[in-house]
Design a binder for this molecule. Structure first.
Ligand code: BES
Ligand code: MN
Ligand code: ZN
Length: 506
């Protein structure tokens, strides 16, 4: 899908050639005197277009409009959440006729955040997965034109949103692929593909290298599978080498059977989504490649299957992690933390400004927060606040959870330094406490996306979360200058103020 931003009034949008015209109407009175605005104003007055985000009124061939179909969509207060609701509803309604060209115009002034949410919402509502269907019907919309009162004022936000959509859709693609089409090897190849983008490099390690690094915990999870593990190292360099990077660590279990501590059969297919943390790192790098913000980012993806087999790790086995800490594997289904702990130890070598891991880690987090907010755990308040703010800005929200040391009590082991599970109580928190043991050298945050990374039921599929949150966090970090290690020459600072390096021509 191709996105375009234009300066358009409602009257000008009515003259645009498209299959559907969506008019986003906020609470403010619709004052323009063009025929469509007058129509919308009278519908509002008559109560046919209630001022509640997501309410719609569909029109067929109204006078003086080139598009045969028009959808008037209420966006309430015009804030990001309301724009999102309105645009999702309107695009869902418009989808029935398989439009190729859609124009979406704001009837009132819109800021960058509103425009960004319109772009991501339109993409979300029209996304279709096709890869493993023999007669796939791809998304019908080829071109989406967004019309606003002043395109220049929101161009930066629009460009970033378009890049974010590319990232979200890459994350959805890999999340949705069945495990036999998304092996650790294939994830490694997808990461290498990203290294074709400017300022991105990628290295993929295999079982031998991982063993040499002493990642005994990660290797133990992989040993029950016929698929060889991969450890993916992505680097985006948008700032000087001296600047400390943000490290993103994504859980890349391409299928989680539970291992010897086997999961029940019902809905086990959904454990193909257990690499959505990894997919979100790939998606974030896809977006970074487009946006080119002035920061450094490292992406680490430990990836393997968690299978049951003659060689598989058994309950009670003690493994030695890269940090030197020994771990008693009391439950082989708590494998995410076993692969993440070694990646967190590896992260140290980058002397990171912050490390954020992203993982479909616990069923307990689904119980705690459902599918609305991701669980956020952080050892650093500034980092936590920045991630919470990024979640709000991108409408990809999270909720901070506690990390009191008392929660670590249950992780004690009689046979190793730590056990990989505690009791059932507070399961999302005890998992985070396990990870925290491997993060003493840097500010650290953990996003448990078990509830938010995919949807179950009729709408089963990856959501691409939390790419929106991560891209928003990283770009605002670049913009705030907090990422800059040392004073830079004037010229360099001037470009940094916008948070962008000179963009390559598109
Ligand atoms: N990948 C799962 C977590 C998960 C479960 C995500 C259900 C989404 C839905 C993880 O590897 C796991 O199995 N965790 C266990 C931990 C337990 C054994 C302490 C869980 O949550 O049941
Ligand atoms: Mn598991
Ligand atoms: Zn898992």
């Amino acid at each position: 899908m191709d996105f375009q931003l234009k300066t358009l009034t409602v009257a000008q949008a009515a003259a645009e050639k498209s299959d559907v015209l969506i008019v986003l109407a906020g609470s403010a009175p619709i004052a323009s005197k063009d025929p469509l605005s007058v129509l919308a104003a009278s519908a509002r007055k008559a109560g046919d277009l209630p001022d509640k985000a997501g309410k719609l009124l569909s029109l067929y061939r109204p006078e003086d409009v080139v598009a045969p179909r028009v959808v008037l969509a209420a966006i309430g207060d015009g804030k990001p959440a309301s724009v999102r609701t309105g645009v999702v509803a309107a695009v869902n309604a418009a989808k029935a006729q398989a439009p190729k060209r859609v124009t979406l115009v704001f009837a009132q002034p819109a800021d960058g955040a509103a425009v960004a949410c319109a772009v991501t919402a339109a993409a979300e509502a029209s996304y279709v997965y096709t890869t493993t269907k023999s007669k796939a019907e791809p998304r019908s919309i080829r071109q989406l034109t967004v019309g606003v009162a002043d395109a220049a004022a929101v161009a930066g936000a629009f460009d970033d949103a378009r890049a974010t959509v590319r990232g979200i859709e890459l994350a959805k693609e890999w999340g949705n692929r069945p495990a036999n089409h998304a092996t650790p090897t294939l994830l490694g190849e997808a990461a290498k593909e990203l290294a074709k983008l400017p300022n991105i490099k990628c290295e993929v390690l295999g079982p031998k290298e991982v063993e040499r690094l002493g990642m005994g915990s990660f290797a133990a999870v992989a040993q029950g599978s016929a698929e060889p593990l991969r450890f993916i190292v992505l680097r985006y360099q948008g700032a000087s080498k001296e600047q400390a990077p943000v490290v993103l660590v994504g859980k890349g279990i391409t299928f989680d059977t539970g291992g010897v501590s086997l999961k029940p059969a019902a809905e086990m297919d959904e454990m193909k989504f257990d690499m959505c943390g990894a997919a979100s790192v790939l998606g974030t790098f896809r977006a970074l490649g487009d946006i080119q913000p002035a920061i450094n980012v490292v992406g680490l993806i430990p990836s393997c299957e968690n299978m049951n087999d003659g060689r598989a790790v058994k309950p009670g086995d003690v493994v030695t992690s890269m940090s030197g800490q020994t771990i008693e594997v009391l439950n082989t289904d708590a494998e995410g933390r076993l692969i993440l702990c070694d990646a967190l130890t590896y992260a140290r070598r980058f002397e990171p400004a912050a490390v954020i891991d992203i993982a479909t880690l616990t069923g307990a987090c689904v119980i705690a927060l459902g599918g609305v907010r991701s669980g956020l755990f952080a050892s650093d308040d500034t980092l936590a606040a920045a991630l919470e703010a990024a979640g709000e800005a991108s409408q990809d929200r999270c909720w901070r959870m506690p990390l009191d040391d008392d929660y670590a009590e249950g992780l004690k082991s009689n046979f190793a330094d730590v056990a990989n599970i505690a009791g059932r109580a507070g399961g999302a928190i005890t998992a985070a406490k396990f990870l925290q043991r491997f993060t003493s050298d840097f500010p650290w945050a953990h996003l448990d996306i078990a509830g938010t990374a995919w949807k179950s039921g009729a709408a089963k599929g990856s959501t691409g979360r939390p790419v929106g949150l991560l891209v928003s966090y990283l770009t605002s970090r670049a913009g705030s200058g907090e990422a800059s290690g040392k004073a830079k020459p004037r010229k360099a600072r001037a470009t940094e103020a916008t948070g962008k390096k000179a963009r390559s021509a598109k």
